[in-house]
Write a protein of this length. Structure first.
Length: 274
């Protein structure tokens, strides 16, 4: 089981969109997946269409990690039922530990080592998943560092813009410092260039800059700006289930991106195994 944090220092770069895009690709590939919505805004939970149904949100599980059981509080995404109805795919798993405002109590910069272990304790011993995706808040405060402490690797999301690229460089440095102090087996999975406009001269320039700065850490393919992405998320649909040529093209890109991430995971497994 691979635990992957999806992070960004800067808000508005589409971090949650990448999380749900990868979840959609994992569902289409038949990889049993858990999405942990650690962002207090809970946008991933909304996009995944989950109904809590009396289950505990992530914040409550973090409060008592030794007294609650994650497997009793995950919610199956309705994407699973749609996949079965549209494609005949049966027995697929896409579960969600849904987010909410209660987790914000831990999103502060002064968490101690014990508090940073809370999510690790929540995830400890879970079985049946091949992939865990943790959607982090757009900051380097306590919740993001809590996610990093529970993860094998960190996937960074950046737009090809000046401030986002600079923020990504700072986040890579923060990962290295966190690795040295708290999580020696943590490593960056790489960087996803998101919301790319191929016709933009500025985006083309920044992509070349990112290639020079980050080298092989910069994943291909790049994810383009999708005009109807807000509509897809607002309808709580997987991009793989949305009609139209644009959605099919984006689905193929996320399939390719997920494959690249998993391939890298296999190559680096001896270094990051827990």
């Amino acid at each position: 089981m691979q635990v992957l944090s999806i992070s960004s220092l800067k808000g508005g770069v589409g971090k949650t969109s990448v999380t749900t895009g990868l979840a959609s690709a994992a569902l289409a590939s038949g990889i049993p997946t858990l999405v942990v919505d650690l962002d207090p805004h809970a946008d991933a939970s909304t996009a995944l269409g989950v109904d809590p149904g009396g289950k505990l949100e992530v914040g409550r599980m973090l409060k008592s990690p030794k007294r609650v059981f994650l497997e009793d509080n995950v919610v199956s995404s309705p994407w699973v039922r749609r996949a079965a109805a549209l494609t005949g795919q049966q027995n697929r798993v896409l579960d969600v530990a849904y987010g909410g405002s209660l987790s914000s109590v831990y999103d502060r910069p002064d968490l101690g080592r014990r508090d940073l272990r809370r999510l690790s304790m929540v995830l400890d011993g879970i079985e049946g998943y091949g992939l865990v995706l943790i959607d982090c808040p757009p900051s380097l405060n306590g919740l993001t560092r809590m996610a990093w402490a529970a993860s094998h690797r960190v996937l960074l999301v950046a737009e090809p813009g000046l401030f986002s690229v600079a923020g990504t460089e700072r986040t890579l440095r923060a990962i290295q410092l966190f690795k040295q102090e708290y999580a020696q087996k943590l490593s960056p999975a790489g960087i996803v260039a998101n919301r790319v406009r191929p016709s933009s001269t500025e985006h083309g320039y920044r992509l070349e800059e990112m290639k020079q700065m980050f080298g092989p850490l910069l994943f291909e393919p790049y994810i383009p700006e999708v005009a109807n992405w807000q509509q897809i998320q607002g309808a709580a649909h997987a991009v793989h289930h949305w009609p139209g040529e644009a959605a099919r093209g984006t689905s193929a890109l996320y399939d390719e991106l997920l494959g690249a991430i998993l391939q890298q995971s296999r190559e680096f497994r001896p270094r990051v195994s827990r």
